[in-house]
Design a protein around this ligand. Sequence first.
Ligand code: CFM
Length: 541
Amino acid sequence: MAINQEVLDEMLLPYPDKVKKNRTKHIVRKNPEEGCQQIEANTRTVPGIISQRGCCYAGCKGVVIGPIKDMITITHGPVGCAYYSWGTRRNKARADDITPPEHIYGAMCFVTDMQEPDIVFGGEKKLAKMIDEVVEMFHPRAINVCATCPIGLIGDDLGAVTKKASEKHGIPVLAYNCEGYKGVSQSAGHHIANNVLMENVIGSGDAEKNPSEFVVNLLGEYNIGGDSWEIERILNDIGYRVQGVLTGDSSVEEMKNMHIANLNLVMCHRSINYIAEMMEEKYGIPWLKINFIGVEAIKKSLRDIAQVTGDETFIRKTEEVIAREEARVLPVIEHFRKICTGKTAFAFVGGSRSHHYQYLLRDLGMEVVVAGYEFAHRDDYEGRQVIPTIKTDADSKNIPELDIKPDPELYKEAHEHLNITKEKFDEICSRVPLGNYEGMYPDMNGGTLMIDDCNHYEAEQLVKDLKPDLFFAGVRDKYIAQKMGVPAKQLHSYDYSGPYAGFNGAMNFARDVANAMTTPAWKFITPPWEKESENTGDTNA
Ligand code: CFM
């Protein structure tokens, strides 16, 4: 489905000139003739526009730090910041691998509850007292303290308080200066969390490598609706050992020893690429982009991993697991595919899912006609190639060499691809050995639309004009679509369903999507554009 320029012109029409100029740069209609078109991303939202973005604190506390199950995370700030980031993300955790099992805190909410006098006179004493109380009551093995906007404004010294508390109680107490206003979105918070974890937790354990096993870490996977459990099931079946997941269902013990891995698998590049790169630099662990959303994508990811190991046993086992799982899930998916084929969808999600879910929707015969990220950077849209290079230094000499040697020229070109011709771009894409040249742009069809930081008004206009069969987004924009008679599903929390990753996830997703579109409820909703027509007496609408 190609989208006309008129639809865009109409959408941009009510904007003042300055806003129109700004928003135009964030909207790209794909024209394959033009090579890789540039999109503006990771810049400040126009004030006054109803954005779907979150803040720096949300990215740090809510996204990366929140799922660590055996650390207590204290929000230093007003109760609202803690309350609205409490238990909303559905990052599941098990208690059975933690001793004692009551030492998991994901279901609890800790906050210093800053009041007016604390803002006036400072909140450091209150924070120190709260850490003392938390240690006395819960005896946690580590504590995180996340700052909210007012903390930075009044100048509380988080680092000094946590350092003192750490010495006093003999446990790590980590400070995250992730005041909400920092950066332009939650993306800044991911970076802050990555830095603190890397400096203080990862690599601090004393586990040793066992040459007889191939160890992987799963990075950028947060176990929403049980996703990482399903991915781990598949990886374990093939014979890999998963040392740690960042940070879905993760624990401090696991994270401390993540440096012994042979390979890092990166699911959500946006939120964790910093750690992947730092671990490569510090410990020589290569990393590979993977995507476990959609049967074809899973197959490709598993084969890529096997290729990196260069091990015949893994290669054979991978094919066995794929064959076994496909035989089980494809007939189920096929049943729902009949309902879904030919349907169109919009996808507006954070910083990786709008792209990852395109594969799963394609498995179902659906086309994503409008896609956008809330806070991704340009490399997430346009693709960024990373070729894992297995080092042969003393630390990793037990790992076989890659079959396909990375081509330094290709690596260089990939980073420069934004300024090259379409021919060169296509040539690079076809030469990428491990299929990890990922990004929204390369995967979309000509004539479809990419929108960065799509706002409430734009989403509404596009639904009205293009009438998609399904609208994928978050809780903020889900109901815009539903009130217009278009079924909507949350791709952040999965609307209490899941997992959607892995082979089982693909079955769940197919079922949920087919159900969403076939429920008779939508027949009872008159969309606003039809009501407008009724008012004007236009009976042709
Ligand atoms: Fe990564 Fe995420 Fe996402 Fe993200 Fe998020 Fe999320 Fe997301 Mo919601 S870490 S970028 S900040 S995949 S919480 S698990 S669903 S916006 S697309």
